[in-house]
Design a protein around this ligand. Structure first.
Ligand code: FAD
Length: 458
């Protein structure tokens, strides 16, 4: 085994990610196959070098930033390996460097490089191409240039965190090359202790343990993903509220309406504090932000909901109900916006993404670690309301947003210099609510440091 796969070309470019933290490494390898990953891992293992696994380096908390040692960058592993398409059941196996964007394009355009397909996969792909259906990988972790290996390793969650299911429900198996170079196929039903002896919580499912593990167990080289038939119709609704209580009332009524109609699914429900509106207003010149409407004066929060289904009547009934509820409650009915075509759906639904981009430019996570927490049953939002009040008292610019039901919330303070002043107060509130850090945006080095700080203070 030799380390010759690890060169110095490209090392510098691979020493940072979207967190803004810059690390260092002795060499980088860009394998194209599982075999190459195996031999690179085995060589590093034998030489006693530690390896940092990378996908597209879009991570926000420095999980992909090397701290010495060697880098294994899997972004060139982008082939589709297998495909199956049966009534009511479709799956695709991709190399882990496949990006969300490329997968989406292949499925939508029904155009893929099928040279690695066996006879059965090729015939299934042909049947899919001739069908009137479009398949999709339902989880949508927002940043489309991320790789599927990175998405799994960070347990990334985008706007589709509500129904139906979470990321791991859409991963049927993962091929993992362990640090010593051995390869294992991790499938549904396996326990963590069957394949990951170092896992501290061995009774969990092995796939669950790998999701969010940040490359700690090795390199995921391939994933088999469950695909859904994309619903024919989708619509989004952006509306504003004077109070968080009014927002929660509206959300509860909409959920009830969706479940009683039985034909639509609520695919996303994200809320944003009024401070997000102020930041968007200041950043109007940021290209993507220009498409987003201004928050109306007096609004405390905005809610973005996405619905999908097959029935046009149900969809318009749902929008009608939404308007009625807003009117009844006096919650900015004239400012509510609905998008029923793909272009506007994408523009309005981009709020979270645009805000993260603004935060990354103004205040990279390496300078100002973001706070992410997850509390179910409305407690996440209740905690966020307290955090928001604290930020207002401190008069700091900030972004506060989250998912309803999943209870995931996120705070970005946009003033690094004064972060420490507010940090202690925010941490106090998180502790009071007994918050656990969520894995969204990974738990990489920056989050680990923050968690250690909190544990230390506790
Ligand atoms: C504008 C913007 C918006 C974003 N929005 C969201 C969001 O809404 N939700 C969210 O969760 N994240 C979001 N992110 C963060 C990021 O896109 C995700 O964390 C993404 O999943 C990282 O994928 P990646 O391929 O870039 O992985 P990298 O950044 O390269 O790596 C991330 C971590 O995964 C590990 N890893 C990568 N590939 C593998 C592999 N094949 N095997 C084992 N370990 C691996 C790395 O070691 C590292 O710990 C956003 C980022 C940006 C820039």
């Amino acid at each position: 085994m030799s380390l010759e796969m690890f060169g110095s070309l490209g090392v510098e470019a691979c020493c940072s990610d979207e967190s803004g933290l810059v690390g260092n490494a002795k060499g980088v390898a860009f394998p194209r196959s599982t075999k190459e990953v195996q031999s690179a891992m085995a060589a590093a293992w034998t030489a006693g070098e530690h390896v940092t696994v990378q996908g597209a380096r879009t991570g926000l908390c420095a999980g992909a930033v090397p701290d010495g040692g060697l880098i294994l960058n899997l972004s060139r592993m982008m082939d589709i390996l297998d495909f199956s398409y049966r009534p009511g059941e479709a799956a695709i196996t991709v190399q882990s460097g496949m990006t969300l964007e490329k997968l989406k394009n292949a499925l939508e355009k029904k155009h893929a490089n099928t040279v690695r397909f066996g006879i059965q996969a090729a015939s299934h792909w042909k049947a899919y191409a001739a069908s009137g259906e479009t398949l999709e990988f339902y989880p949508n972790p927002t940043e489309e240039t991320a790789t599927l290996g990175g998405v799994a390793a960070t347990a990334a969650v985008g706007p589709h965190s509500l129904e139906p299911g979470t990321l791991v429900d859409y991963i049927l198996s993962m091929e993992l090359v362990k640090p010593d170079g051995t390869v294992v196929l991790v499938q549904k039903g396996m326990r963590a202790w069957d394949v990951l002896p170092d896992c501290t919580d061995g009774g969990r499912g092995a796939l669950e343990a790998l999701c969010g593990s940040e490359g700690a167990y090795g390199a995921v080289t391939a994933l088999t993903l469950k695909l859904n038939v994309k619903p024919r119709l989708a619509c989004g609704l952006l509306c504003y509220f004077h109070t968080y209580d009014a927002l929660l009332d509206f959300f509860a009524r909409m959920r009830e309406t969706v479940s009683s109609c039985g034909e639509m699914v609520c695919a996303a429900a994200e809320w944003f504090s009024a401070s997000c509106g102020q930041v968007l207003k200041q950043e109007r010149n940021q290209a993507a932000a220009t498409f987003l409407p201004e928050f109306p004066r007096g609004a405390a929060a905005a809610l973005w909901m996405e619905f999908s289904g097959e029935s046009e009547d149900s969809l318009f009934d749902l929008l009608g109900c939404a308007l009625e509820f807003l009117e009844e409650a006096g919650q900015f009915p004239d400012q509510a916006l609905a998008a029923t075509d793909e272009v506007n759906l994408e523009r309005l639904g981009a709020m979270r993404h645009v805000l993260i981009e603004i935060a990354n430019c103004k205040s990279p996570c390496s300078q100002v670690p973001p706070y992410d927490w997850k509390l179910g049953g409305g407690a996440g939002l209740a905690c966020a309301v307290q955090v928001g009040k604290c930020m207002e008292r401190e008069a700091l610019p900030y972004l506060l947003m989250g998912h309803l039901l999943s209870g995931h919330c996120s705070l970005r303070i946009l003033d690094g210099g004064r972060r420490h002043r507010a940090g202690a107060a925010v941490e106090g509130i998180l502790k009071e609510f007994g918050c656990a850090f969520s894995q969204e945006h990974g738990c990489g080095r920056i989050k680990k440091r923050l968690r250690e700080e909190l544990d230390h203070q506790a």
